[in-house]
Design a protein around this ligand. Sequence first.
Ligand SMILES: Nc1nc(=O)c2c([nH]1)NC[C@@H]1CN(c3ccc(C(=O)N[C@@H](CCC(=O)O)C(=O)O)cc3)CN21
Ligand SMILES: CC(C)C(=O)C(=O)O
Ligand SMILES: [Mg+2]
Length: 274
Amino acid sequence: MSATASLKRLMPSDIRALKGTAPVVVLTAYTTPVAKLADPACDVLLVGDSLGMVLHGLPSTLGVTMEMMILHGQAVMRGSDRALVVIDMPFASYEESPAQAFRNAARIMAETGAGAVKLEGGVHMRETIAFLVARGIPVMAHIGLTPQSVNTLGGYKVQGKGADAARLMADAQAVAEAGAFSVVLEKVPAGLAGEISRALPIPTIGIGAGVACDGQVLVVDDMLGLFSDFKPKFVKRYAELGRTAAEAVAAYAAEVRAKRFPAPEHSFFDEANK
Ligand SMILES: Nc1nc(=O)c2c([nH]1)NC[C@@H]1CN(c3ccc(C(=O)N[C@@H](CCC(=O)O)C(=O)O)cc3)CN21
Ligand SMILES: CC(C)C(=O)C(=O)O
Ligand SMILES: [Mg+2]
């Protein structure tokens, strides 16, 4: 993040306009330091509700609260000045009614300054997405594997296989028609994701949805090798920071125990009192 915010931040309309020109690069970010390092390379920083599992040790995303999303959203805004920041609406903050969704989305926008929210659901969220967009809140949709519905989906399985393909296409068409500026496709067969991407006027952002999507997203801790509780097939590790960090911690512990740390160069001395 530069001290003088010279460049204008990307807006949902800019992301929408990338369709057919350049792939949309999305990573999650939950903190200021990670936002600082990801902002120059990414188009969108997603404050995902995956932060509940990755940062807070929750067993699923269902326990994530509005307060958690706003706190981490504020941290990511402070660490970025170029990428569009999109904040996940947490479980039970939008499903009840369009009015409930607007109240909570407006609070997220007002308290963080982020440019858009994301919510899970297709055909059944059509009315809610249209309600938010009509009232000034840009929405990124999320269909396919929607982790907040893990209990009704029966696990983190591939979605849209066989006869379910038509239903997923209907979800995609519904969120686009409702006014979403982009849609995440999670754990969808690559062929179907390509078909959806060609059919929609808005960019599709894939995670486990193949290379034919208009953009890609990964959880940053997964691709850096920092989160190792599970490794889905769709994750590629671009670094092994978890291993590097564990080795550094072990070296520190050994040096403290051996009285090799701190060395004189890490210590202070008073020449008057030796
Ligand atoms: N760190 C992280 N990365 C994610 O991609 C992610 C989250 N957390 N939390 C929210 C959701 C949940 N997601 C998931 C969770 C599990 C699988 C999955 O493929 N699970 C495998 C087991 C993988 C393993 O344990 O190695 C499965 O068969 O269910 C996929 C996406 C995607 N999202
Ligand atoms: C993986 C992305 C799409 C997400 O929803 C999250 O990080 O919560
Ligand atoms: Mg999410």
